[in-house]
Design a binder for this molecule. Structure first.
Ligand code: NAD
Length: 257
């Protein structure tokens, strides 16, 4: 119960990777502030099954005023946020010349700017406690690019940069900031891309899944939300006290190529 008495806020924790990380932190004893769209009662039950408290706030991560309200809500409910996981994210796939400008703005707002806002609002409490963990969910696309993902790749490279600056500004404190860079994880965000590929190439979903993995991920295996939960938890242990500003790949060899 390494995190007993601590509070973790995980953005986008109603689904996929965010839910996997929130569950791992709850298993280690942390109370959880949940966020994200869609059903939250089912995910909340998955978290409270570990004997911790969970509170949900439905802030839209593209809206700074709602992010401020969520951070206030966390302070009112739990006193403050000890572990901040910036995870909420969306994707849009299209060549630059036909990329809808409003999708660009939304991806930059949700996948990048939201982390600036939560981080600036979380730091004062973490500094006061001289302990904190900021974990940014970047991507293999924070380290290398793929075509037709201009906004996503720009936002993910951006969040790796933000992680480094955050780590440097806090380097003499007990607050660390690191990024996790997953390869393919089979969540709704990726299932959509697999289904689009199957439809456009007129192949089965199984074949599209094989091709997707084969193209980028040498292990030919998905990384799982549970594995990413384990890595996030590692960043919260004393073993990681001096791990600062890293972009840690969990990508089946994608970025080793
Ligand atoms: P997902 O679609 O399963 O979950 C995304 C979560 O973000 C959901 O809870 C959703 O409700 C929430 N969300 C979306 N827009 C939001 C908004 N405006 N405000 C608040 N919450 C919002 O996707 P996922 O695959 O679990 O992705 C989580 C993160 O991991 C994203 O940042 C994504 O870029 C990153 N990532 C995913 C993969 C992958 O292969 N799935 C790989 C690398 C990085």
């Amino acid at each position: 119960m390494a995190l007993k008495g601590k509070t973790a806020l995980v953005t986008g924790s109603t689904s996929g990777i965010g839910l996997g990380i929130a569950t791992a932190l709850a298993r280690a004893g942390a109370n959880i502030v949940m966020n994200g769209f869609g059903d939250h009662e089912g995910p909340k039950a998955q978290i409270t099954a570990h004997g911790v408290r969970a509170e949900y706030h439905g802030a839209d991560m593209s809206k700074p005023a709602e992010i401020e309200a969520m951070m206030k809500f966390a302070a009112e409910k739990f006193g403050g946020v000890d572990v901040l996981v910036n995870n909420a994210g969306i994707q849009h796939v299209a060549p630059i010349e036909s990329f809808p400008p409003e999708r660009w703005d939304a991806i930059i707002a949700i996948n990048l700017s939201s982390a600036f806002h939560t981080t600036r609002l979380a730091i004062p409490y973490m500094r006061e406690k001289n302990w904190g963990r900021i974990i940014n969910i970047a991507s293999a696309h924070g380290l290398v690019a793929s075509k037709e993902k201009s906004a996503y790749v720009a936002a993910k490279h951006g969040i790796v940069g933000l992680t480094k600056v955050t780590a440097l500004e806090l380097a003499t404190t007990g607050v660390t900031a690191n990024a996790i860079c997953p390869g393919w994880v089979l969540t709704p965000l990726v299932q959509k891309q697999i289904d689009a590929r199957a439809a456009s190439e007129n192949i089965s979903v199984e074949q599209a899944t094989k091709e997707l993995l084969g193209e980028k991920e040498p292990s030919l295996q998905f990384t799982t939300p549970e594995q990413l939960g384990g890595l996030a938890l590692f960043f919260c242990t004393p073993a990681a006290d001096n791990v600062r500003g890293q972009a840690w790949a969990h990508d089946g060899g994608w970025t080793a190529q």
